[in-house]
Design a protein around this ligand. Structure first.
Ligand code: S6P
Ligand code: ZN
Length: 185
């Protein structure tokens, strides 16, 4: 960077799109979420390569850098396995006390939160919803609508991901469609 020069930013964030040379993309298919959904019979009827969600991330510093911030946009496709909505894997942070912001960009969903005492609750997500996720709280998002759900995230670069605990013990409640509406059961 040259002193006094005015340059273009490295990133554009336009509606639901995160654009830039250094943006990294990852996909999660149904096979990546094997064992996460309750209804094993319905799971078997859907192709394992079905795309559940995509994540676009900007990680400006090396993962683990204290004081740095990561930025990401997630797009979850609409769908269900049995009565359970397409959702993210969900995680605690590896550095358990690290917090995070999520915000809704398009579509409809629920942010599912669970604290260390395994109390689970939800916050509705929609365009303009803003969610503070304190440290020590596991987070997962489910798409409860008929269109793509897109949301943003900003988290400390040294937070890391602890997926194992959720893979082993799950959340203490599941977001299911009950009598036509999303409910934690
Ligand atoms: C990272 C942040 C998000 C998620 C993304 C996918 O801390 O919470 O970028 O990684 O929404 O969810 P998951 O649970 O599969 O990582
Ligand atoms: Zn997180």
């Amino acid at each position: 960077m040259k002193t006094l020069e005015i340059v273009n930013p490295p990133l554009l964030f336009v509606r639901e799109l995160l654009i830039g040379d250094e943006v990294e993309k990852s996909n999660r298919t149904l096979a990546d979420l094997k064992d996460i959904f309750q209804d094993k019979q319905s799971y078997e009827t859907i192709a394992p390569e079905t795309l559940l969600y995509e994540v676009y991330c900007y990680l400006p510093e090396k993962e683990g850098t204290m004081g740095a911030l990561n930025f990401g946009i997630t797009h979850i496709y609409p769908g269900k396995i049995g009565l359970e909505y397409f959702m993210t894997k969900g995680h605690f942070h590896a550095q358990d006390d690290r917090a995070e912001y999520y915000w809704g960009i398009e579509g409809e969903g629920v942010l599912i939160l669970m604290d260390r005492q395994r109390n689970t609750w939800g916050e509705k997500m929609f365009l303009g919803s803003l969610h503070y996720i304190p440290g020590g709280v596991a987070h997962r998002v489910a798409n409860t609508g008929n269109t793509v759900l897109s949301f943003g995230a900003c988290w400390p670069s040294d937070a890391g991901h602890n997926y194992e605990e959720i893979a082993q013990n799950g959340f203490s409640a599941r977001l299911m469609e009950v009598e036509g509406i999303p409910q934690l059961v």
